[in-house]
Design a protein. Structure first.
Length: 570
């Protein structure tokens, strides 16, 4: 008992120390937990003599993670992600899995382990991607929205795969044929049973229990364990039982409160899961598959973004958007590690394969974070070579008059640009829009608004929008380097055009002013002025607040609904 207590204590302390270091170095915490396991495991100190204890704790972490996913699952999100994200997400999964499976087979890996590993390599980390996008304030950018959509597709596919694989049984039963059909039939019946419980039995019970916060928490945990045991009794895994237990509670009015209370418990046990994965890394395992480790790591870091860029190029997206989206998802997921762990428990994959995928996870999570941090610099270096991923036909959907003069050039319509465009159209001043979202380009083309497909990094584009005859330039894209290059091009052409540029921070705004910007748009500054005018209007007429509120809610839901839901779940 003392040994068990000591090893759990060591795991928590070392994981905490590594997490603090990771936070200081701005690295993902998942990476810190895995490295803590490596440090305690046979690869370094070899202090874990009872790995089964950590495995049991990690199984609880996976169960709680899937319980929370089920608790906050909303099938309607698939409709909200849009056709584009669905196509890119599905295409990325199919092509990545097929290529990885072919490579693994050619390198001598058996079919079933190769299938597990190839699926694991298709999934990107929701936790890491949302963190990276949030830190760069790019969640609502075009590539940020597409990345979130891809992650949603991956999450749904991952859950479906886990449900299928968890019910198949041991390796002798196989992954195909009668066992698969029987598993799907049982799964369908279990879903129906879950739906009946969710609709008729659980709501009144939990409505009564919600009168006490402690009872609500304990009852939720008890329900997760009860349904997990039930699922295991009929041939499924406890993880899938926990997931379905969460789905059963998703319709309860208090599901968000339950999720909030369970998250801290989830975080503790999931930490033990990643520490446990780190302890499975051994010198023997990595040396046996070192060539495969290097090849698959490069495939995730480079091949996966290339697949994304090819698909997005075919759909008409600008190479910049495709590049940033590809870089964002260039790592494997926590679901990948969960999938391999379940496969090892079922006897489908060896511990060496689990160690291999875990090592790939460590490397890709770390390197993708660096790639994303320096994405702007990488794009500028690689931009000439990325033209191959961009369809030239999309660049000019609307014929522009070369005689046009005295016009306003508006760059970016997604953010505050839509409101600016509406105001400019009311003034009857000629406007040319530049945007790198094909959907925006198509919508503006339908409205017969002159629009060019591209971004400010393309110097040729400035000539094509008659910049020498422009009356004003407004850009809502808050990228400092792009805006500075625009000002430098204007100075090079010896033009005196008022430029209204956007920035995230006051320091960026001052930098743009020093380079010659006429006015810099700071969203929070503009918002403050707008709020002041709105409050004046409401004080004069209290009924205005209802109208303003309704319009604001409708606009937020339309633009950011599925992104906000997805981020809240993470």
């Amino acid at each position: 008992m003392e040994t068990i207590f000591l090893e759990i204590t060591l795991s928590i302390i070392v994981a905490t120390i590594f997490a603090v270091v990771a936070r200081v170095l701005r690295q993902p915490l998942i990476l810190a937990y895995i490295l803590a396991g490596v440090f305690l495991g046979p690869l370094v100190l070899n202090l874990i003599s009872l790995p089964d204890i950590l495995n049991s704790l990690s199984a609880l972490g996976v169960a709680f993670l899937l319980f929370l996913i089920g608790l906050e699952l909303d099938v309607r999100r698939l409709k909200e992600i849009g056709k584009t994200s669905a196509i890119i997400g599905a295409g990325q999964i199919l092509f990545t899995a097929a290529i990885a499976f072919g490579v693994l087979i050619l390198l001598g890996i058996d079919a079933i382990p190769a299938l597990y590993a190839s699926i694991a390599l298709t999934l990107s980390s929701t936790i890491i991607v949302v963190k990276l996008l949030s830190e760069k304030r790019a969640l609502t950018s075009l590539y940020g929205r597409i990345s979130i959509g891809i992650l949603l597709v991956q999450d749904f596919v991952a859950i479906l795969i886990l449900i299928i694989l968890a019910g198949v049984g041991d390796a002798e039963g196989g992954l195909f044929g009668a066992a698969m059909i029987f598993t799907l039939a049982k799964g369908a019946m279990l879903f129906v049973f879950t739906a009946l419980l969710s609709r008729y039995i659980l709501p009144p019970i939990f409505s009564y229990l919600a009168r006490s916060d402690e009872l609500l928490f304990l009852a939720s945990i008890s329900w997760a364990f009860i349904f997990s045991i039930f699922a295991a009794a009929i041939g499924f895994s406890v993880e899938i039982g926990a997931f379905l237990a969460g789905i059963a509670l998703a319709s309860v009015p208090y599901h968000l409160e339950i999720a909030g209370r369970v998250k801290n418990l989830r975080d503790f046990f999931i930490t033990m899961f990643f520490v446990s994965l780190g302890t499975h890394l051994t010198v023997a395992a990595l040396s046996t598959h070192f060539g495969l480790f290097v090849a698959l790591s490069f495939f995730v870091l480079i091949g996966n973004p290339l697949i994304i860029m090819i698909i997005m190029g075919l759909l008409g997206y600008h190479r910049r958007t495709a590049f940033f989206t590809g870089i964002t998802v260039a790592q494997i997921s926590e679901f990948s590690l969960i999938l391999m762990a379940i496969g090892a428990r079922l006897g489908h994959v060896s511990d060496d394969m689990v160690a291999l995928v875990t090592a790939i996870g460590v490397v890709t999570i770390a390197l993708s974070a660096y790639m994303f941090a320096h994405a702007e610099r990488l794009y500028r270096i690689l931009s000439p070579f990325l033209r191959v991923f961009q369809r030239t036909k999309v660049q000019e959907p609307t014929e522009l008059s070369k005689e046009l003069s005295g016009h306003v050039i508006l760059v970016g319509v997604h953010r505050i640009g839509k409101a600016i465009l509406d105001s400019l159209r009311r003034t009857k001043v000629p406007v040319i829009v530049i945007d790198f979202d094909p959907q925006v380009v198509r919508e503006l083309t339908k409205l017969k608004i002159p629009v060019m497909y591209g971004d400010l990094s393309d110097s040729e584009l400035l000539d094509r929008v008659n910049i020498t005859e422009a009356r004003m330039i407004i850009t809502t894209v808050p990228d400092v380097q792009d805006n500075i290059r625009l000002l430098q091009n204007i100075k090079r052409l010896k033009l005196k055009i008022p430029t209204y540029l956007s920035a995230f921070s006051p320091l960026d705004a001052l930098d743009l002013y020093e380079h010659g910007a006429a006015y810099v748009i700071l969203p929070h500054h503009i918002a403050g002025k707008h709020l002041g005018l709105m409050l004046e209007s409401q004080l004069m007429n209290s009924g205005n607040i209802s109208v303003d509120r309704a319009e604001h809610i409708a606009e937020l839901k339309e633009r950011y609904g599925f992104i906000l839901k997805h981020v809240q779940r993470v």
